[in-house]
Write a protein that binds this ligand. Structure first.
Ligand code: SF4
Length: 256
């Protein structure tokens, strides 16, 4: 740990032992964190991430295959009649704006980047409908390029409950998390926080008794019900099944 990070941790009063424990438990529960938006390349992930705003990855994964079957390239999607695209993505919500964004982004990729998704954050955030979170998702998951930590509604909530930050603005949350996690852990840490929030640290009813982070969490609402290894194994199985194959969430649906 660098002196700079030590200083920051002291300022935030994060106990280094607690931090080490929660990092270890999170890695044990989610050893191979991945973005849950299905994709075959960076462009598909970019389009899927834009569509996932105010929706769920599950819903986007239902809609996107037909969109990409009919329009397998940025050029094809850019040139399609907007009404056709609106109908295809309607069930993800905000479909008119999303259609403008995905067609606009595809057009710019063709016209300004030779049909290839740019590999820098600065270029990506200039595309229609692409903000910092989307750019971090695409660069991290499609290209393993580290530019920051993905902070969505889940990651922000989990980070606050774990008292890694008090911020509510996603950019400020990301900045503080980037001080806590070393850059080589940024991509995986972001996905771990997202997945932990999606499947265990639920917004309305966090599953504290089953949570592998229980002993390291200042916000736990009840004590752990099982040994840490069993809780981590249960979360691992749950994440790998995308929420379909574990009693851990029997009474709660995964939330976006
Ligand atoms: S103990 Fe509860 S509040 Fe803390 S991270 Fe786990 S589920 Fe969330």
């Amino acid at each position: 740990m660098t002196g700079r990070v030590k200083k920051k941790l002291n300022q935030k009063k994060i106990d280094p032992e607690r931090l080490r424990l929660l990092k270890r438990r999170l890695a044990q529960a989610i050893p191979e964190p991945k973005c849950e938006l299905d994709h075959k390349n960076g462009w598909q992930l970019l389009i899927a991430t834009i569509l996932s705003a105010q929706s769920t990855d599950k819903k986007v994964n239902e809609v996107a295959p037909e969109l990409f079957r009919l329009h397998p390239t940025p050029a094809s999607l850019a040139e399609a009649p907007p009404g056709e695209i609106e109908a295809l993505v309607k069930s993800t919500g905000f479909f008119r704006n999303k259609t403008k964004s995905i067609q606009g982004a595809s057009r710019r990729i063709v016209e300004d980047h030779g049909g290839e998704v740019p590999h820098t954050l600065d270029e990506l955030v200039k595309l229609p409908g692409v903000a910092r979170k989307t750019a971090n998702v695409v660069l991290g998951s499609a290209y393993r390029i580290t530019t920051g930590i993905v902070v969505d509604t889940h990651a922000g909530r989990v980070a606050r409950r774990l008292e890694l930050t008090e911020q509510t603005d996603p950019k400020k949350v990301e900045a503080e998390l980037c001080e806590i996690f070393p850059p080589k852990q940024w991509i995986d840490s972001g996905h771990r926080l997202v997945l932990h929030g999606r499947y265990v640290c639920l917004a309305r009813a966090p599953r504290c008794a089953e949570c592998p982070l229980n002993e390291a969490c200042p916000s736990r609402e009840e004590d752990a019900s099982l040994p840490p290894g069993k809780r981590a194994a249960a979360e691992k199985a749950l994440v790998e099944s995308r929420g379909t194959n574990n009693a851990l969430v029997a009474s709660s649906s995964p939330q976006k």
